[in-house]
Design a protein around this ligand. Structure first.
Ligand code: AQP
Length: 337
């Protein structure tokens, strides 16, 4: 059966504690799509090294994310779940992809511009790790290794999937190969969840202000209070509008967790006040966190028992694609794999 299914790949970088935005923008879709697609989901721990990170922190993040994927509904009977660093092909594929990319192409990526701006020293580029520039080529490698059809991601990653399409086309033309051109799969509701303290900025796991994000492992009571304190405007009328990013964000979170459209949420709340909306959103967020945290506790201690099966299967698939590209490029190591 699996041969007839289209392939899906996606990952989350283990740079910090997962947020509700990571769930709504990415994991929720991964869970919904795992019945229909041959699914490969990973913890992007090599990507996490693109910015400085303490080894102990990285170790803990990786384990948390693996257990959280399972708690959120990733099913090991349907999805191949693995740590990126367990599949050696990712590093080598990254190098091969890198040789077909230009510095201009990489430095134009919005995420690179945003993240490098934040850490740039007054003396110039010396504080910007080269890994940050190459983050997208590793993502291209992640996708091409599984010859994936679709990539469930939030809108901030769309540009990297577009780069993957360009590079796949380039490799196909240059080396007469047949890499698929992947499509991003972006959720209808929740493609960009916003910060709770500044709703013009995206919610991000690396935001230094803990009040800006709901973390999947937040104490549910703390999360409840964060929603009650979420920044909104002062009009006290509930409707969806670009001029009302805070209220639109709360309606979006409610819709995503209740599995209803944004317009349905708007209708439900349009004769209510901000306090009532915040309490309703805080309740669904709290319930959601209690549910996944109960499951998380069960999975956390099993991570190292569960991880190798996925890594083995992923390696088999990845090595085939890697060998294809190596041969195409003239690196013909017949008996290597
Ligand atoms: N605010 C968001 N709304 C919707 N989706 C989001 N994603 C991230 N932020 C939002 C999606 O979650 C997945 C996580 O990808 P990642 O960890 O590899 O990188 P990211 O996009 O850089 O995520 P963060 O949370 O912002 O992490 P940091 O702070 O480390 O950069 C992707 O599918 C992403 O689109």
């Amino acid at each position: 059966m699996e041969q007839n299914k289209k392939r899906l790949i996606s990952g989350i970088t283990s740079t910090g504690k997962l947020t509700l935005a990571n769930y709504i923008g990415a994991i929720k879709n991964m869970v919904q799509l795992q019945d229909k697609y041959e699914s490969y989901i990973f913890i992007a721990d090599l990507h996490a090294l693109t910015l400085p990170i303490e080894p102990k922190v990285l170790e803990e993040n990786r384990k948390n994310i693996f257990a959280l994927y399972l708690a959120c509904g990733i099913d090991l009977n349907k999805t191949t779940l693995f740590f990126q660093s367990d599949v050696m092909a990712h590093g080598l594929m990254n190098w091969l992809v890198l040789t077909s990319t230009t510095i201009g192409e990489l430095s134009r990526m919005t995420q690179f511009k945003d993240k490098s701006q934040k850490i740039k020293s007054p003396n110039g580029m010396d504080t910007i790790p080269s890994g940050l520039l190459m983050y997208p080529t590793l993502m291209v490698a992640d996708i091409l290794l599984y010859n994936a059809d679709i990539i469930p991601v939030g809108i901030d990653q769309k540009q990297h999937v577009e780069l993957t399409r360009n590079i796949a086309q380039r490799l196909n033309n240059k080396y007469k190969l047949d890499f698929k051109l992947p499509e991003p799969f972006i959720p209808k509701v929740g493609a960009k969840i916003m910060s709770l303290v500044d709703p013009t900025k995206k919610m991000s796991k690396s935001d230094q202000n803990e009040k800006a994000s709901i973390y999947l492992l937040d104490d549910p009571e703390v999360a409840y209070k964060k929603i009650l304190k979420a920044v909104t405007d002062s009009e006290n009328k509930i409707y969806i509008s670009e001029d009302k990013p805070g209220i639109t964000n709360l309606l979006t979170i409610y819709s995503a967790l209740k599995n209803i459209s944004l317009e349905e949420s708007e209708k439900l709340f349009n004769d209510k006040n901000y306090g009532e909306l915040k309490i309703a959103v805080a309740e669904v967020v709290k319930e959601f966190l209690i549910d996944i945290q109960n499951k998380y506790k069960i999975y956390y201690d099993q991570v190292f028992k569960l991880k190798d099966k996925g890594a083995k299967k992923a390696s088999e698939v990845a090595n085939k694609q890697l060998t294809k590209l190596m041969k195409g490029m003239g690196l013909n190591n017949e008996s290597k794999f």
